[in-house]
Structure formats: C-alpha cells, structure tokens
Design a protein around this ligand. Sequence first.
Ligand code: SAH
Length: 253
Amino acid sequence: MTAASDLSSRLRFVLVRTSHPGNIGSAARAIRTMGFTRMDLVSPHRYPDREVTAMAAGADDVLDGARVHAGLIDALAGTSMAFGLSARRREVNLPELTPREAAAQALAAAERGGQVALVFGNERTGLENEELARCHAMVRIPSVDDFSSLNLAQAVQVMAYELRVAMLGETMPAPPPLHDEPPADAAQMERFFEHIAQTLDDIDFHKGRSPTMIMLRLRKLFLRAHMDERELRMLHGILADAQRMAQLANEKK
Ligand code: SAH
C-alpha cells in the first residue's frame, strides 16, 4: 500500500481566481489540518497579502509551497484526474459526485500513481463552464437548494475532511493498475481535444452548426475513458489519417 504521505502529496487543491486573500489563508489552514500540503492558485486577485498570512494561522508550509499560475491548464499540469467543485448544477453535464464519492475516486487514482486536482471557483461567480469542462466530474456538497453556496474555504475544508477520512479508512490494498502505460495528463488531453476540434472542422462535420456542444460531449466521453498515452497516440494517428484523407478529397475537387 502507498504511504499516506505519498498519497497526500499527489492531491492538489486548486483555487481559481480567488477574490478575498483571507479565503486563501483559511483554505491553506483547512488543507494543512487534514494532512495535505499542496495548494495551487490561478490568478488570485490579491496575493501575497497580509490577510492570507493572518488567516492561515501558521499553515506556512502550505503557503510557502503554493504555486501561482496564469490559467487553470497550467495548474492542472501533470494531473490525470480533476474534480470541479460547484454549488450549482451546470449545463456542462458532467457526472455529479458527493464529496465522499469524489474522495474515494481521488484516492483510488492517487493509489494508481496519478496526480489529482480538486478545483474551487471564485467566491461570487464560481467556476466558469469552460473550467468545469476540464474536469472529469463535478462535486456538489449537498447543501440546501435555497442557500447552496458555502464560503470557499469551508468548501475546501469539507473536501479535505472527506479525503482525510477516506485515507484513514484505507485498509484495502491498492487496486491493480488500469494501465501499463502512464495515464494521459491534462495537457495531453487538451492537445487531443484541439486535434479533434481541428479534424471535425477539416472533415466538415459541423456543417454550419456550432461546435461548442459537441466538443463538450466529446470531452465528457473521452475524459470518462481515462486514456493512457499509448491510446492517445493511436487516436491522434486516426485523426491525422482522417485529416489527410479530407485534404486529398479537397484537392480532387
Ligand atoms: N455562486 C458560486 C458560489 C461560489 S462559492 C457557484 O455557483 O459556484 C466559491 C467556491 O466554493 C465554488 O466555486 C465551489 O468551488 C465551492 N463551493 C461553495 N459551495 C459549494 C457546494 N455546495 N458544493 C460544492 N462546492 C461549493
């Protein structure tokens, strides 16, 4: 079985476009209390800031190690699974999990050697649909419908707590690996989605319709498949051939 410290180092808490520095500090504290260390910040509005340090209440190691990124794609680099936390159900139509279900899946992925991200949105606007679309599943803390939005750091605390409980309860041996090859990471999946989008254009799949919905559905389908690098190379090969044939057909016209 993988040591708890190895497992926790494979989990990262990603805070996207956080407005209030106090929430970054409180989130660092929440992460630290549950035995995790890695926090990634995507375009925080005010950072570093005195309020961050004050609210972290000594979780300095989490703050010192926090990485700041310009975009979510950078923050997901190296991950093979991402969970987007959202108070609202969205039109992105992702599988929806409770924090407990997500914690079990996240741990299983980390046990298999993958890096896992838990992604949290801005205090007022939450995660953009485009950001959620980069996640494998959506996680909703089952709050009441007419007052569903938790404070950001409290949402981080709930998720960190569930991960901790799941780790403490881990008595089963690690599940066998699903892949002999390394799982495809977020950047590789993005390149693949760009390749499909380009190919669909090249073969005139859309015929004037908007590509947005079909791309969201394809993302959902392929993210669910948890592909490895070899499988991804094969699909790139198929797409490249389809593009080549489309080009030949165009030249004949
Ligand atoms: N109106 C926003 C609320 C933002 S609260 C929205 O609809 O998402 C800030 C962040 O805390 C959210 O982006 C989400 O990551 C997390 N959060 C708050 N309440 C949550 C809940 N009930 N379930 C899951 N995540 C929640």
